[in-house]
Ligand binder design. Structure first.
Ligand SMILES: Nc1ncnc2c1ncn2[C@@H]1O[C@H](COP(=O)(O)OP(=O)(O)OP(=O)(O)O)[C@@H](O)[C@H]1O
Ligand SMILES: O=C(O)[C@H](O)[C@@H](O)[C@H](O)[C@H](O)CO
Length: 178
């Protein structure tokens, strides 16, 4: 499977607020597609992780260098022809622009969910540096992707398997019509 039939490389950016299921769904997609799965959290400077752990929301300035590091990783995978699924919050359009670079070989998968459901999942989640209290600020920062970003949008209310199935079906469909 490829988001661009003419190219061997494809990147999927699985985006959404904290607790929307990015890591879970990215891993499910990785198992099905056999692609490498990465988590953008791995590229945060220690200072960002410390801030979030202390319950302080990141600012744009905290995020720029991190986003460029994530984009650089996607670029390295592109250079080696290794398709990748990147779990990354990518909350704002400007953040996604850094990751997408107007490339047809990179597609956004947006995990859309109700705040109450996500809060419930965050409360039930095992130890994680991201405190549930930051969910409010995640929603405030969120700019949902618009049509021109060609997002695959999926509701997170279903099971992990169903969500992964839907994403792959929508990806296939959007390729046949583009
Ligand atoms: N479709 C689902 N149904 C039920 N539980 C789910 C589903 N997707 C994710 N979860 C659970 O919700 C919690 C949050 O998921 P996950 O950690 O993957 O989110 P995330 O977006 O990667 O969060 P963060 O950005 O904070 O790292 C986890 O405990 C996960 O097991
Ligand atoms: O942009 C952000 O605010 C961050 O990326 C957060 O979303 C966290 O890193 C993530 O939720 C924890 O995994």
């Amino acid at each position: 499977m490829s988001a661009d039939r003419d190219a061997g490389f494809c990147a999927l950016i699985v985006m959404g607020v904290s607790g929307s299921g990015k890591s879970t769904i990215a891993n499910a997609l990785g198992r099905r597609l056999g692609w490498i799965v990465e988590d953008a959290d791995r590229f945060h400077p220690v200072s960002n992780v410390e801030k979030m752990s202390a319950g302080i929301a990141l600012t744009d300035d905290d995020r720029w260098s991190w986003l460029h590091a994530v984009a650089a990783e996607i670029g390295r995978k592109r250079a080696s022809g290794t398709s990748i699924i990147m779990a990354c919050s990518a909350l704002k359009r400007a953040y996604r622009a850094i990751l997408m670079h107007d490339r047809r070989d990179t597609r956004i998968v947006y995990l859309r969910g109700d705040k109450d459901l996500i809060a419930e999942r965050l409360r039930a989640r095992d130890a994680h540096f991201m405190p549930p209290e930051l969910l409010e600020s995640q929603f405030k920062t969120l700019e949902e992707p618009t049509e021109d970003e060609r997002p695959i949008v999926v509701d997170i209310g279903a099971t992990v398997n169903d969500i992964a199935d839907r994403i792959l079906t929508m990806l296939e469909r959007s390729q046949t019509v583009s």
